[in-house]
Design a protein. Structure first.
Length: 67
């Protein structure tokens, strides 16, 4: 249910807000990769979660553009 709520929240946002969210998620992914490379990352599953969130954001952006 958590992911369904996340997607519903994304659908309620405007295109500008979605782009801001996308940029923030990509920065977070970069930081997580950097921490992983330097062996400072404890929760490596967070990388997978952030990648999927980026894909969800991009999917909502594409769906809004098609409308």
């Amino acid at each position: 249910m958590k992911t369904n709520q996340y997607v519903e929240n994304l659908k309620a946002k405007t295109a500008a807000e979605l782009n801001e969210e996308l940029v923030a998620a990509k920065k977070e992914l970069f930081n997580l990769r950097f921490q992983n490379a330097t062996n400072q990352l404890d929760n490596t599953s967070r990388i997978k979660e952030v990648r999927r969130n980026i894909a969800r954001i991009q999917t909502v952006i594409t769906a809004k553009a098609a409308q």
